[in-house]
Design a binder for this molecule. Structure first.
Ligand SMILES: Nc1ncnc2c1ncn2[C@@H]1O[C@H](COP(=O)(O)OP(=O)(O)OP(=O)(O)O)[C@@H](O)[C@H]1O
Length: 209
C-alpha cells in the first residue's frame, strides 16, 4: 500500500487553477520525478503533500489517515527540503546542522557532524558562517539532512540539485537511489534529467492557463 495518497486535490493561486481532481500516490521503493514548466504548481503540490499548505479541495492521507490527524507520526516520517536552504547564514555548517538535528530530536555529536560535512565536500569549511560559503556549498549543508533524518521514509525534495556541481548531483542522486532501494520513497522536482533507475517514474504537471 502507498505511504502517501493524495485524492482529488485542487489548488488555486491568484484565481488560477493550478491543478484539480489530482490523484497521486507514493509508495515504498518509489522515486517519482515531478516534472512541469515554471509556474505549473510543482512547489505548491509538494507543500500540500508535506502539510505546509492546504489544498483548496481534496485530502492527503498518510497510512490511511488525513495528514492533519496523522500528526507526529507523519511529521517524523517525512523530510521536506524546499527551494530555500533553511539555513541561518550567521551560523556555521556545524551549528546549522546541530540546530536542525536538535529541532528534530536527532542525537548527533559534533564529531559526527564534522565527518558528515567532510563527506558532503565541506572539509575545512565546517566552522565558517554559511554566509561565507558558495551557493553550492550552502546547498550541500542543507542537503546533509538526507543523512540525518534516517527515520523519515518519505522524502519530498524541491529542486535539490540547484547550484550543485556534477559531483554534488551524483552524490545526491546516489543517496536518493539508496533510500528507495532500502524501502523509502522520494518525490523530487527537478528541471534536469535524473539518472535512469528501475525504481524511477515520472509525474507531469501541465501549465494551466
Ligand atoms: N503564495 C502565493 N501567492 C500567490 N501566488 C502564488 C503563491 N505561491 C505560488 N503562487 C503562484 O502559483 C503558481 C505556481 O507556483 P509554483 O511555485 O507552485 O510553481 P512551480 O511549478 O514549482 O514552478 P518552478 O518550476 O518555477 O519552480 C505560480 O504562478 C505562482 O505565481
Amino acid at each position: 500500500m502507498a505511504d502517501l495518497i493524495a485524492q482529488k486535490l485542487m489548488c488555486i493561486k491568484r484565481d488560477r487553477v493550478l491543478f484539480e481532481a489530482l490523484d497521486f500516490s507514493l509508495g515504498a521503493k518509489q522515486i517519482v520525478h515531478l516534472k512541469g514548466p515554471n509556474g505549473a504548481g510543482k512547489t505548491s503540490f509538494l507543500r500540500i503533500l508535506a502539510g505546509l499548505a492546504t489544498a483548496t479541495e481534496g485530502v492527503v492521507k498518510y497510512k490511511e489517515k488525513n495528514i492533519e490527524s496523522a500528526g507526529h507520526d507523519f511529521y517524523t516520517s517525512t523530510l521536506y527540503i524546499g527551494h530555500k536552504s533553511g539555513l541561518n547564514s550567521a551560523l556555521t555548517g556545524i551549528e546549522n546542522t546541530q540546530f536542525w538535528a536538535n529541532q528534530h530530536g536527532i542525537d548527533i555529536s559534533q564529531s559526527e557532524i564534522i565527518a558528515l560535512l567532510g563527506m558532503i565536500g565541506l572539509a575545512g569549511l565546517e566552522d565558517l558562517p554559511v554566509a561565507h560559503l558558495s551557493a553550492g556549498q550552502q546547498r550541500r549543508v542543507s542537503l546533509l539532512r538526507l543523512w540525518l533524518k534516517s527515520q523519515a521514509r518519505i522524502w519530498l525534495l524541491d529542486e535539490p540539485f540547484t547550484a550543485l556541481d556534477v559531483q554534488g548531483v551524483a552524490l545526491i542522486e546516489k543517496k536518493i537511489q539508496e533510500h528507495a532501494e532500502s524501502g523509502g520513497s522520494v518525490l523530487i522536482t527537478s528541471h534536469q534529467a535524473l539518472q535512469p533507475h528501475p525504481l524511477k517514474s515520472e509525474f507531469m504537471l501541465e501549465y494551466r492557463f
